[in-house]
Structure formats: C-alpha cells, structure tokens
Design a protein around this ligand. Sequence first.
Ligand SMILES: Nc1ncnc2c1ncn2[C@@H]1O[C@H](COP(=O)(O)OP(=O)(O)OP(=O)(O)O)[C@@H](O)[C@H]1O
Ligand SMILES: [Mg+2]
Length: 371
Amino acid sequence: MGSASAAATYQPQRAIDEFLLRTEGLTKRYGQRTVVDGLNLEVRRGDVFGLLGPNGSGKTTTLRMLLSLVRPTSGRIEVFGRSATHPAQLREAASRIGALVEQPAFYPYLGGEENLTGVALLSGMPRGRATRERIREALAQVGLAARGRDAYRTYSLGMKQRLGIAAALLTDPELLVLDEPTNGLDPAGMVDVRALVERLARAGKTIVLASHLLHEVQHLCTRVAILKDGRLLAQGPVSDLATGVEAIEISFARPEELPRALAAVQTARASGLSWLGAASFAVPEAGGHAPPGGWCLLVNAPADRAPEIARLLAARDLFPTAMRPREAGLERIFLALTGESTAEAGTTPPEPSQPSRPFMITTRAMKGDVS
Ligand SMILES: Nc1ncnc2c1ncn2[C@@H]1O[C@H](COP(=O)(O)OP(=O)(O)OP(=O)(O)O)[C@@H](O)[C@H]1O
Ligand SMILES: [Mg+2]
C-alpha cells in the first residue's frame, strides 16, 4: 500500500462496509413457535441477495427484523459494519436503507408525484426544490416519469408496485430491501419489476430480495440463502449452489413402485450412507425417459453411485427401467431441500394428470397474506 496510486484507490469506508449486512444467530420466537431460527446471513456490497423459501419459512419476519420493524428474540444484526442496537445507529442506518416490505398505503386520488411528496415529508426530507428533484428522479428510475401526475388509482398493479419501489428509493439508499416484489403481478408486470431490479443492481445498489419463486431468484440474484421452517438450509453464490449437488433420475415401469423406491432410498439414507442425499418425486428432464405416469424418483447422489442404488432397490424387488445422471440445478436443490419433509412424510407421488410446475413452489402467497 506504499505507492501513491494504491493510496489513491484505497477506500477505507468501502473496506469497512464490505459486509453491508450480517446476522449472527438471528432468531424470532412467537410464543412457543420459533419462526426464524439462528440465521447467519452475509450480504456483501453489490450483492443481489435472494432470500428464497416457501410460504411461512420466515422470509418476511427476517426482513422485518433487519429493518427493526420486529424485535429479534435473540441474535445479532450488523448493518454497514456496525451493530444495529443503539437507536442512533439505527437512525443513521435507516437513511441508507430503502425498503418495500409492507404494502405501501398511497392515496388513490393523488398522483404518483404527490404521493411521493407525502412519503418524502413523512420521512423527514426537507420541503423544496431538492426534494422535488429527487422525487422526479425516483419516478424516472422506476419508469413512471410520464405518469407522475396521474392518479394512483389509475395505475396498473405493476405501476403501483414500481411506485412503492420509487418510495423506497427516495433517500437514494445503498441497500434496498424488497419483499416478494413481483407477487400478485401479471407476467408483464413481473417483467417490468424484474427489469427494474436489474437496472438498480447495475446502478450499484445492493439488494436483498425475498421470494418464493426459484426462477426469479435464479434469474435476478447473485447470492442466495434458502430458508425452510425458519432455518438456513444453504447460502452462497447462485452459480455455486447450482452446481453443488448431483442427482440421479430413476424411472420405473409402474407408478406404484415410486413410493416404495422412495422409502427404500430413505431407509438406506437413514442407516447412514453419507453419499446418499435427499430423494423426491420429480418430472423427468426434457429429452429424458418418460416413465408411465410421468414421474420419476430423483435422488441426490453422485452419478457413479448408480450401481449401489440399483443394488439397494433390487434388494426390495425394485428394478428401474432407467437411471440417468441429472445435472443439478438450483431448482433441484431447492426442491430437494425444501421438499424433503413432504417426501419423507410418505406422500404418494403427484397425480400424473397434475400439471407440472417445476419452478413454482406454491401459489398461496398473495398480497396481504403475510401475517
Ligand atoms: N406477528 C406474528 N405472530 C405470530 N406468528 C407470526 C407473526 N408473524 C409471522 N408469524 C409466523 O411466522 C412464520 C413465518 O412467517 P413469515 O411471514 O415470515 O413467512 P414468509 O416466508 O414471509 O411467508 P410468505 O411466503 O407466505 O410471505 C409463519 O408461520 C407465520 O404464521
Ligand atoms: Mg412473506
């Protein structure tokens, strides 16, 4: 660090800030129920960080704790390199974080610009030209510059959501926290909001985004944390997680054999075979062998373990018609991780007629569903 150029480019603030957000053992209990359980999250500057999990896995509760809207039962939160415990630090951090977690309440008969003026004044921004300028900038950032004077009630759902993001952007925050930003939108609205998130990320914002949609996280995020029942199942770069697990796709001649095969694999796993991962029912990959009934068994295991799996199946009188390695994707990891308890609860394979929705974890979550 002796040279002049190194000194010129050295940014101590940046080094301190490398982790914009960190949690240690973050836990929330409501009564007897632990809804967020010992989370250690790490969000670095420049990340588009996906908090991925099915309904009720604790995403919103986690975001609320990060934003000091809910008090953690235990654990530590560090924002911008400082422990977020003292009120003064929280206030300072708050101006550097923009969030869209609750549905924002806008006045239906006022225009977007007037609504944002209300938000700005409420959040303590001064009345005057600078704030008016900032509001126009924020509207432009979300692609609503031309509609700023139109009444909020005339906006499409996607525009309403983008206005909410504009409100979160008013203080030009470094960190943007978004809870299911595309929830309830039609496909066009989803595309708009995702494009907006991409633009903001390119413009250097660090973004934490909760979603139950795997493909959304896969598409938008650089890093992901997978939650289930409030616990962290995996965390890392999306690209790493997408290549971390190998799987073998196993087909049978008769659909009735699937539950027995699942049970056989699970029993073997429970007996301590360390190389044998979770098993679940899945739709075969495009181009793969299409078994009767349309479903196969997917076992997380290295491809070269296929003979051993064949042997343990044969011991139960189960003889696959096909076994093939499947390239692991984040989808499979997510389903294998989060779907495991359902599979282990002994559910029957999905009805063959049921349309396959490999990316959609659930359809229940809708606006206002968060308790
Ligand atoms: N204020 C509360 N009191 C009691 N239980 C709560 C409260 N808030 C959340 N919970 C419970 O905590 C669990 C996690 O809820 P949370 O809303 O954080 O999940 P989520 O991952 O955001 O789900 P979704 O995808 O449906 O939005 C749920 O079982 C929920 O019922
Ligand atoms: Mg939620």
